[in-house]
Design a protein around this ligand. Structure first.
Ligand code: ADP
Ligand code: MG
Length: 273
């Protein structure tokens, strides 16, 4: 077991501020890529009101987070077995109980993530759009905070707002940026550079570019078929990029997370020492 996994589950949150930029698809495929690499993986659908990870994954949850509220039921007990054995902790759709969870309850749920250790080496947390405290409560407990952006102004603004809130209210200093829907790697680099330049004007936190996912017709096809692309088209450009992302943020050679350093944007990625 690597150092990174000493406190299980190792939690990876996926946020963006803006909706529709690919959080859920990245979360689901990341979970499957890690499970296929031999890890035990759980996925928490923190989009409590408009949950859809189960649809993207092609799973059929009989229980949702509602079943764990107010009772002595653990998250592990409500988990649904998804493809490859990934455990899905499903949110709800328009369920009043989940739409206005109190901060205390969210905090309690986030604290209970560690109880998933027997069934999960990794926990992927798929968050909703927005920058409200429901996002902050679940993201702040994660070991890694992924921010998904696409190369358009609205996505930049919302991702910036998301980073700002997490930085200012939860003291997060390290963000892993994933650029989605790119033409090629150079395009991904360019989008990252432009995004970082904007953020650097106003915030002192570290942004790292951990991956670019191509715009891919195979991805669209897989979404239509409710069969995630790393399973249905593992040789596609998007699937290979998602596999590479999984490797870059986990394991002994992952880019290190340095929450301590609020230095101005340390350049490039470092290798684990
Ligand atoms: N890499 C990609 N290539 C092609 N289409 C994509 C890609 N990523 C996302 N999409 C499109 O964006 C939509 C929204 O993705 P989703 O993961 O649900 O976003 P979010 O969770 O951020 O709201 C998908 O249904 C798909 O149509
Ligand atoms: Mg989503």
């Amino acid at each position: 077991m690597t150092g990174a996994l000493s406190k299980r589950p190792y939690k990876i949150a996926v946020s963006s501020g803006k909706g529709g930029v690919g959080k859920t698809n990245i979360s689901v495929n990341l979970a499957l890529a890690l499970q296929r690499a031999g890890h035990k993986v759980a996925l928490f659908d923190a989009d409590l009101a408009l949950a859809n990870a189960h649809i993207v994954m092609g799973a059929h949850p009989k229980k949702t987070l509602v079943d764990a509220l107010g009772e002595e039921v653990s998250l592990a007990e409500i988990a649904t077995e998804g493809p490859l054995g990934v455990k899905l902790i499903a949110g709800g759709n328009g369920l009043a109980e989940l739409m206005d969870l109190s901060h205390e309850l969210r905090h309690q749920i986030a604290k209970s993530f560690d109880q998933l250790a027997p069934i999960a080496d990794y926990l992927i947390i798929d968050t909703p759009a927005g920058i409200e405290s429901n996002v902050v409560d679940f993201v702040s407990v994660a070991n890694r905070k992924l921010i998904v952006v696409v190369g358009e102004p609205a996505a930049f603004i919302d991702a910036y707002a998301c980073i700002k809130v997490l930085h200012q209210t939860a003291g997060v200093n390290h963000f892993d940026v994933v650029v989605n829907r790119v033409r090629d790697d150079a395009h991904g680099e360019d989008v990252f550079r432009r995004f970082k330049a904007i953020a650097a004007k106003f915030l002192t936190c570290n942004l790292y570019h951990v991956g670019s996912i191509p715009e891919d017709a195979q991805m669209l096809k897989s979404i239509g078929a409710c069969s995630p692309v790393v399973m249905s088209a593992p040789q596609s450009r998007s699937a290979r990029a998602l596999e590479a992302l999984a490797k870059r943020i986990t394991g002994p050679h992952a880019t290190p997370v340095d929450e301590g350093a609020a230095e101005m944007f340390a350049a490039g990625t470092q290798e684990d020492g």
